[in-house]
Design a protein around this ligand. Structure first.
Ligand code: HBI
Length: 367
């Protein structure tokens, strides 16, 4: 069983077409896994909203799209909000299609952070696995994850240990990290570049603290990312001297990595329990040390003193002090860490191992 290639159905997030950027970090993870699993010889069906594009052209990967209305994002919902399904919702249609395809595959792998697929799992014969993309943001989702963990926790995997700590689990978590196509990121060794910050411009990402650091150091902060919350962006900008922030906008990976790679350090200031921290790894892949709050995934990914510096969460003055030590970090070590721990190939191998473990028959009954 261990060497036969698997046939899998991968089900994308219902919050935006693949390739639109609206799916956030999960789009990067899904693209990387499709490539990595195909390279390992597995046969993949990818189910995604209409208008999605497949991350790879490969005869082992078949894209199936379904029409429908985006699922409201849990990220911007009050944590006690009930589960909502819009009329003509894409979410149930994604699962109609996925379950139609399920008859002749080994397993289904869900990338959506939603109640329906979690609830479905113990009720249907196909083996559904879930790569959970966020920490706790919703009470409804917290209990759906806890219920599934009690039924068979092997069906759940997380990006980091800290992310998994948000949920009521019954066993130690399956943590798979993340993985990137490193051929798209070029190592740059200059050490006198500007400070950078990258991510969705929204309150949970804490840009205001990075702006205060740049202002205190009398420097410009280059900011990449989609301005998701205009009012927030304006508040951040007006709290520091004019010109402190240079808005660089949302850039495709090849442009982002070229510009980001020229920074002497990336500041990372999460205000929420960031599940992983894709931009942290993208910076490290270009040799850029990351100076961050010791919070969530970034606090677990960054090796203090080796690939960056970690300071107490929300202590922006400590962040400013640590930024002065950015040059003490070896940029080659940043790249080496990513090659060792966050490559596309490594993620695919970890996900394959997780699924194979979950497919093994359990002795005794599943309560
Ligand atoms: N909200 N309902 C819902 N479903 C998702 O799959 C989802 C989301 N919000 C954000 C999100 N996925 C992705 O941006 C994650 O990468 C964070």
């Amino acid at each position: 069983m261990t060497d036969r290639p698997l046939s899998l159905v991968l089900v994308s997030t219902p919050v935006g077409q693949l390739g639109s950027g609206r799916g956030g970090g999960v789009e990067l993870t899904l693209a990387s896994l499709v490539k990595g699993l195909a390279q390992r010889g597995h046969r993949l069906h990818l189910v995604a909203p209409e208008g999605s594009c497949s991350p790879v052209i490969d005869e082992r990967v078949t894209l199936h799209t379904v029409p429908g209305v985006d699922q409201p994002s849990w990220q911007h919902a009050d944590r006690n909000e009930p589960m909502r399904i819009p009329r003509d919702a894409v979410l149930p249609r994604l699962w109609d299609r996925a379950l139609e395809l399920a008859s002749d595959v080994d397993a289904l792998l869900n990338f959506g952070y939603d109640w329906l697929p979690l609830w479905l799992t113990p009720h249907v014969a196909p083996n559904i696995f879930h790569l959970v993309s966020m920490g706790s943001v919703s009470a409804v989702m917290d209990s759906a994850v806890a219920d599934l963990a009690r039924w068979d926790q092997r069906r759940l995997a997380f990006h980091t240990r800290r992310q998994s700590d948000d949920f009521a689990l019954v066993d130690p978590p399956d943590v798979v990290g993340n993985g990137f196509d490193l051929s798209r990121y070029e190592l740059q060794l200059i050490t006198d570049g500007p400070l950078g910050w990258a991510g969705r411009v929204a309150p949970e990402k804490g840009l205001e603290d990075a702006a205060l650091v740049a202002a205190q150091l009398g420097e410009t902060l280059r900011v990449w990312g989609l301005v998701e919350d205009d009012a927030y962006a304006r508040r951040v900008e007006s709290a520091v001297p004019a010109g402190t922030i240079e808005w660089c906008g949302f850039k495709p990976t090849d442009e982002l990595q070229r510009e980001l790679g020229g920074c002497r350090a990336l500041l990372n200031t999460p205000k929420w329990n960031e599940a992983y921290g894709n931009v942290v790894v993208e910076a490290l892949a270009c040799g850029v040390p990351v100076i961050a709050y010791d919070r969530g995934g970034p606090g677990e990914i960054i090796q203090d003193g080796e690939t960056g510096w970690l300071v107490a969460p929300d202590d922006w003055e400590a962040l400013a002090k640590a930024t002065l030590q950015a040059s003490a970090i070896d940029r080659l070590a940043c790249r080496r860490w990513v090659e060792r721990c966050a490559s596309q190939e490594g993620l695919a191998a970890r996900v394959e191992a997780w699924i194979r473990r979950g497919l093994l028959p359990v002795n005794g009954t599943i309560s």
